[in-house]
Design a protein. Structure first.
Length: 290
């Protein structure tokens, strides 16, 4: 049985076909332009592929409330062409199949819980740290939505007094995304993160901010695993620094077997950057069971 998967990002739309085991059989990347330019190409890709359903893991904010008149819409996105766009409605109308829908980070989380390093766990956080910072949360075996969906990138973490950089978030001067995303690193140090691999001071500050955020998430959401993905987290030297910062900021307060084994508690994404697509396949599978 075949399923469609769409990882809808602000820069590119990754379309794929997968099977009931989450195996990706083929995929294609389409640049994210305007809906009038991009959506016909997406529909054309999936048309005549004999898929049973499609899962969409989408950039946001998005409306996930099935009782809402704007369920399935991309809402107040800074990508103005996509603002208040009914992406689910368009796909249903053109393809006539069930559509599973969630945030891009929840898609990545679902991929890791279903097929990756968090398989079998009921309480997990997935964070992507790159162009922006977003987070997906699973609690008691269910993806967390609530009023909208978690915006873990916009918690306030407090700018360090020795940090000479400025927040890149247009809304907050000391939020996680504003101080620790890829654009924040570039603005502070004058170069992209990939060119700063050997600069110890860059990653010490970055780990300080990430460690602070993770302790906050640990205290409030009590996950059994924290998975870190995204372009910044390709700097693998960050992981030991983050674990050390987490340990210092926790101060021994959360004292469990999991927090005694941080190498297996705070971990990198495990699916070779395919976790979003694999999660979208699972969204499609789940959509056929609703």
């Amino acid at each position: 049985m075949l399923y469609g998967a769409l990882e809808a990002g602000g820069t590119k739309m990754v379309c794929a076909i997968g099977d009931e085991n989450g195996k990706i059989l083929e995929q294609k990347s389409i640049p994210t332009a305007t809906p009038d330019e991009t959506m016909p190409l997406i529909i054309e890709y999936f048309k005549d592929k004999d898929i049973k359903a499609i899962g969409v893991a989408c950039f946001g904010p998005i409306d996930l409330d099935r009782d809402s008149d704007t369920y399935g819409f991309i809402t107040s996105t800074p990508k103005t062409a996509w603002k208040n766009y009914n992406i689910v409605g368009r796909i249903k109308e053109d393809l006539g199949i069930p559509v599973g829908f969630d945030t891009d980070v929840n898609g990545s989380l679902l991929g890791e819980v279903t097929y990756g390093c968090a398989k079998g766990l009921s309480d997990v956080i997935y964070l992507t740290i790159g162009t922006g910072i977003g987070g997906g949360v699973m609690t008691n075996g269910k993806l967390l939505h609530g009023m909208l969906h978690p915006e873990l990138g916009h918690i306030h973490i407090g700018k360090r007094n020795y940090d000479k950089g400025e927040s890149v978030c247009p809304y907050h001067d000391d939020c996680f995304e504003g101080l620790a995303s890829g654009p924040s690193i570039e603005k502070r140090w004058g170069e992209k993160a990939i060119k700063l691999a050997g600069k110890e001071e860059v990653w010490k500050l970055e780990a300080d901010y990430i460690g602070t955020a993770l302790v906050n998430f640990c205290m409030t959401l009590s996950p059994k695993k924290i998975i870190l993905g995204g372009g910044v987290m390709h700097q693998l030297q960050l992981f030991p620094l983050i674990r050390k910062a987490f340990e210092e900021k926790n101060g021994g307060y959360i004292n469990t077997a999991l927090t005694h084994d941080l190498d297996n508690y705070i971990v990198p994404a495990s699916l070779n950057d395919d976790q979003g697509i694999m999660g979208a396949i699972k969204l499609a599978i789940d959509a056929t069971e609703c």
